[in-house]
Each structure stands twice: as C-alpha cells, then as structure tokens.
Design a protein around this ligand. Structure first.
Ligand code: SF4
Length: 409
C-alpha cells in the first residue's frame, strides 16, 4: 500500500523524460504474436499489438524476441509511457533497425482525437477519440482551483468500455448499450493525450511551471468493474514510476455496484479511491433506476464497501445524482443517512446531468439544499458537486451520442 508521491499538484518540475462482447467474467487471456500484453486482448488477435498495451516486462520480452538486449525494452517503455512519444523515429536512443522492426508490427497508439470541445469557462475540455476499428469513446480534462484561484489539480475522466451493459435509466451510455471492452492501452491513451497537451502548452517560464495530469477518475463511459483486467492493467501502467508515476491515491474507480469487483479490488492492496454510484436510498427505487441493483442489492453493496474501507483505510465516496421528484425528498435524505450510518464514507450530491429521458430533471436548488441539510444533520459528510462542463455535454456518453446523431459525426 505504498505510493510514489510524485504528482502532488497541477504544476511541477519538468521531467526528463478485448473486443470481448461478454462484459463480466469471461475475459480470456490469449497469446499474441510477439511480446505480451497485460492482459492480452482477444480483440487484437491477428491484428497488431499496440505498444501502449504493453507493460515494461512485455516490452523487454518484445525486445528479446526481436534480437535486441533486454534494456531496449525498458528504453522503449520510457519513450511510450513516460515521454509519451508517438513517433518511433523520434525515440532517439533506439537503434534504427529496432525502430524499423517495431514499425512493421507495433503501432504506438490506437486513438485519434476527432473532436474537442471546451467549456465556456475554459476549465473543462472534452475529447472524442476514435479507435482503429472506428469505435469512439470520450474523455474529459477538468481543472480544479485552489483557494488562491490557481489551478491545483488536473483530473482526467476516462472511459473504460465502449458503451455499457448496465442500462442505468438516467445515463446516455446506458441507453446506447454495450459495444466492446477497451484495452489498457486505449484507456491510458485517454490520459496521455491530455498529459501531452498540458506539457506542450505549459507556460515556458521555468521548471516550476510545468503542468501535468494529477488525478485520474474512471467515471466516463462504461463500468470499470466489468472490464476489470484491462482497467487494473491500465492502473498499473499509470502508476509505473517509469511511466507517469501517478500515485494510486490519486486514481479513483467508480462502479455502479458490481459487488464481486469491489471485493476483488479490496484484495489488490492498492489505496485507490472507490466511488459508488448509489442514487437511491432503498432497493425499490434503486432497482428502477439501476437494474444492476436487482443482482447486487444495497446491503451487499454496503458490505463490500465496508470491506474496501477497512482494507484500504480509504473512505468510500457515494455518488448521488439528485433527480427532481424521484430521489430528492428530505425523507429520502433521512433514509439515506440511516443506510450509510456507521460507514467510512462521503456523499457527493450531483444535480443530474441531462439525459435522454425528458422525465428526469435536475432537482431545483431549494430541494438540493434541503436534502443536503438533512444529511448534514445526520452527520453524513457530504459535498455538493456541480456537474462540470454542462455546456459541452460532459456527462458520460453525451459527446459520443451527440456526434453519432449529428451530421458532423
Ligand atoms: S451510469 Fe455508468 S454503469 Fe450506469 S449505464 Fe451509465 S456508464 Fe453504465
């Protein structure tokens, strides 16, 4: 449970440097032509193995398989995951022959950015990325400012799947349905794209002005626990000291409540943040809003969350989107307080984002304030989180949905 505390702020010193259509539990590793991925992705069977899918050990094996010494693999890892170089010809300490061999079979990255939108306040930037098979996912960069109004956090919200099978009623992605899993490379590239942009656009006023990604949240399209292997492989890549070296405490996985995944995560021994999308204080309502609750009801979810908090020492965050007249009464706030009583937890109240269902509206400020007051009176720690980037459709799945349903595509 250790972490490398490299990324403590938004600025810092410049560094030198499967489609599996079965979402849960059916991921089968398979050998690849050269090198190893972590885990190997069945989606790429017979196709190229992308370098961002490989960890350091895989790159060392790849180097050996191409007749190079092992250390060439480590150099390659540093270029791809540390310096975020996408052009093999610019990896200056690799022999030309090695770069040529790699170019034949190993593209560096999957993703190309096909659309970018920036919120009116400039603090939220959203990208639509297209993968080689034409599938699109979205990713968001959010700035957070400290008390002195300086930016002290750059958080990237990543997608973990194309679409989602869980069908939450308030969610655009859920209405689209599940398409395929993302590989670990396709996940980390969402972070790398913004990290590259932050590095390139950092004010060139000296070492202290370098900007970089400080936090990553798995809260975009998809259910991270339903793509567990690739998600954990991406976490290992992001926390690798030879890569970005993000601290595990600065990474948060969000789940709609796949209980076996929470138990598994608790056993990883990593102090990752855990956020649970709760959105209802009882099974009757949650069954309706989030079909996953019929399989894993609130009591089993809270049991898994308590184990997670105990094993990691980290309090669990409960996301609660306030929907007018559905889950936002004072009585429901009191019921929620009873349910969460005794848990090491924190509640994030979120006025719901626009969804495809016109009957689901965001709670009005008066109801939000009353709900919050009832939680606070019951000593449940909570904050009111404003949905970021409403003007650029920053809710999960909305940019992809909009792009696919407009002429611009
Ligand atoms: S809210 Fe999350 S888990 Fe639910 S359908 Fe949307 S992406 Fe899937």
């Amino acid at each position: 449970m250790t972490e490398k505390p490299r990324r403590s702020g938004g600025k810092g010193p410049r560094r030198a440097n499967p489609p599996s259509n079965a979402p849960e539990g059916t991921f089968k590793p398979s050998p690849t032509r050269r090198g190893r991925t972590t885990p190997p992705s069945p989606r790429r069977e017979g196709g190229p193995v992308y370098l961002t899918d490989m960890d350091q050990a895989a790159m060392e094996e790849l180097a050996l398989s191409l007749g190079q010494p092992r250390f060439r693999g480590r150099q390659l890892f540093h270029w791809v995951h540390g310096r975020l170089e996408t052009d093999l010809n610019r990896m200056s300490n690799l022999p030309g022959g090695f770069a040529t061999q790699l170019a034949e079979e190993h593209p560096v990255v999957h993703a190309a950015s096909v659309r970018e939108t920036v919120s009116a306040d400039g603090e939220t930037r959203k990208r639509l990325l297209q993968m080689p098979d034409g599938q699109r996912v979205e990713t968001v960069l959010m700035e957070a400012r400290g008390p002195g109004r300086e930016v002290d956090r750059y958080t990237v919200c990543v997608s973990s799947q194309v679409g989602c099978a869980l069908g939450c009623s308030f969610c655009v992605t859920g209405q689209v349905g599940f398409v395929r899993q993302l590989s670990q490379g396709e996940i980390v590239e969402q972070v790398y794209g913004f990290e590259r942009w932050l590095r390139e656009t950092s004010p060139e006023r000296g070492e202290g002005e370098q900007r970089f990604v400080t936090n990553v949240v798995y809260m975009g399209m998809g259910e991270p626990m339903a793509n567990y292997e690739a998600v954990m492989a991406s976490v290992r890549l992001l926390t690798d000291p030879e890569g970005l070296g993000l601290g595990a405490r600065r990474i948060t996985l969000s789940t709609a409540g796949l209980v076996p995944g929470i138990h598994r995560l608790a056993d990883e021994g990593l102090p990752l943040g855990l956020a649970i999308s709760l959105h209802a204080p009882n099974d009757q309502l949650r069954d309706r809003l989030m079909p996953v609750n019929r399989r894993y009801p609130i009591a089993s979810l809270l049991g898994a969350a308590a184990k997670y908090a105990e094993k990691t020492g980290r309090r669990v965050t409960y996301e609660y989107s306030l929907i007018e007249g559905v889950n936002d009464s004072v009585a429901q706030a009191r019921e929620l307080a009873r349910v969460l009583g005794g848990q090491l937890c924190h509640v994030n109240l979120i006025p719901v984002n626009v969804s495809l269902d016109p009957t689901l509206r965001s709670s009005n400020p008066k109801r939000v304030a009353a709900f919050r007051k009832a939680l606070e009176e019951a000593h449940i720690p909570c904050t009111l989180r404003q949905s970021r980037g409403q003007d650029i459709l920053a809710a999960c799945g909305q940019l992809r949905y909009t792009a696919e349903n407009s002429d611009e595509g």
